[in-house]
Design a protein around this ligand. Structure first.
Ligand SMILES: [Zn+2]
Length: 65
C-alpha cells in the first residue's frame, strides 16, 4: 500500500491492451473514469469489495450499462 493510503492495482486497458497502474481506494467500492496513461482513452473503472479482496474491472466507458 502506498503512503497515501491508496492501493495500487494494475489493469489492462480495454482500448490498447496495455497494462497500466491505477490507484484505488482500498475500502470503498467505486465507479469512475480514468484516462489511460498510454492511449488516453477514458476507461470506466469499477471496484468492488469481496471480503478482503478488492476486485477491479476496467471497461470501455460506453459499455456495461
Ligand atoms: Zn490504453
Amino acid at each position: 500500500m502506498s503512503e497515501s493510503g491508496l492501493l495500487e492495482k494494475d489493469i489492462t486497458c480495454p482500448f490498447c491492451w496495455e497494462l497500466i497502474l491505477i490507484l484505488v481506494e482500498p475500502f470503498e467500492a467505486q465507479t469512475y473514469t480514468e484516462d489511460c496513461s498510454v492511449c488516453c482513452h477514458p476507461i470506466l473503472i469499477r471496484t468492488e469489495i469481496f471480503g478482503e479482496d478488492l476486485i477491479v474491472s476496467a471497461t470501455q466507458e460506453d459499455e456495461g450499462f
